[in-house]
Design a binder for this molecule. Structure first.
Ligand code: UDP
Ligand code: MG
Length: 317
């Protein structure tokens, strides 16, 4: 059977780009020897996106259309696409052509060469506001400093995944989804493919600041307990400072007879505030564990099990 490549395209109010996006994706995909399916996920668009997508789907058997009852967000749209994808490899790409479809053949070639995840790494961004570039630059660096392992910097969701990877990703039931972090958490052989992020083909961003902040906080909260660690260290330091201060005041009192007044109040505020912060940080250890259990991620991920056959040619169990 021919290899099948699934391409997931989330759509939210993309009436201006869906036609061109479909045209370019089809041009690229039909030039490849592999078979393909395009999975459009209409994420509760309020414009003509659904009607246009429906028109395309009716005419083209390569197209699958998933239609959400309302807007659930980009990460959910991609997750729904993953549920439908039947391909041996699955590609996630934005509808607005900021991720060039022409890179897909190169991703497939790298996959054929043994990569299990090929992620698009933005070498530079075209036509985005200085604010977006700066916040994205800073964010990926903060995430890197806070998260327990390396989430590749400057990568979005534009990537190709092997079927094995897509299956494990689907088995992760967490609600606050930060897919690029989840994929990097999975392990496997992941290789970057650098590209220049183009300008949006038409229309405006569907990621207003509020949605950006939610995604950014999901990235940090789902992948790091370090804020609690910072509380523990800070709390410990304040408590120690308060206690040392108090001790110094008591010694001064014993030696010189100086007594009373606001220095004692400051020492007490430091010590009590520090103790509170430390206690919260310690509670955080338990929160972190509960959250870990709730996320219900797999305990470990097996790429393959290799076992030798016995002397009689039978596989030992
Ligand atoms: N998108 C979506 N649901 C949303 C917001 C965005 O499905 O609630 C889709 C959107 O149609 C596009 C992709 O997610 O295909 C990325 O969105 P956008 O290009 O607006 O984000 P930006 O590139 O500005 O970060
Ligand atoms: Mg975009």
């Amino acid at each position: 059977m021919k290899t099948l490549i699934s391409v997931i395209v989330p759509l939210y109010n993309e009436e201006e780009v869906i036609g061109e996006s479909y045209r370019r994706l089809t041009q690229v995909m039909s030039s490849m020897e592999e078979d393909y399916e395009l999975i459009f996920v209409n994420d509760g668009s309020r414009d003509k996106t659904f009607d246009l997508a429906r028109g395309i789907q009716e005419k083209d058997p390569h197209v699958v259309l998933v239609d959400f009852s309302r807007n659930f967000g980009h990460q959910m749209a991609v997750s729904a696409g993953l549920e439908q994808a039947r391909g041996d490899a699955v590609v996630i790409i934005d509808a607005d052509l900021q991720d060039p479809p022409e890179l897909i053949p190169k991703m497939v070639e790298m996959w054929r060469g043994g990569a299990e995840v090929v992620y698009g790494k933005r070498a530079s961004r075209q036509g985005e506001t200085a604010f977006k570039k700066l916040t994205a630059f800073c964010y990926y660096r903060v995430l890197d400093a806070l998260s327990g392992w390396k989430i590749p910097k400057d990568t979005g969701d534009f990537r190709l995944m092997d079927r094995k990877v897509a299956d494990v990703l689907r088995s992760m039931p967490e609600h606050n989804r930060f897919l690029r972090g989840m994929v990097s958490w999975l392990g496997f052989r992941q290789v970057p493919l650098e590209f220049v992020r183009e300008e949006r083909f038409a229309g405006t961003t569907k990621y207003p600041l509020k949605k950006m902040l939610k995604l950014a906080s999901d990235g940090i909260v789902s992948f790091s307990g370090k804020p609690f660690g910072i509380m523990r260290v800070l709390g410990g330091l304040l408590l120690a400072a308060g206690l040392v201060d108090l001790l110094a005041l008591l010694i001064a009192h014993a030696v010189t007879g100086a007594s009373g007044g606001w220095p004692y109040v400051i020492a007490a505020v430091l010590a009590v505030g520090g103790a509170n912060l430390l206690a919260l940080g310690i509670c955080g250890v338990y929160f972190e564990r509960m959250y870990d259990e709730l996320k219900g991620r797999p305990l470990y991920i097996v790429r393959q099990v290799l076992r030798s056959e016995g002397p009689d040619g039978q596989t030992r169990t």
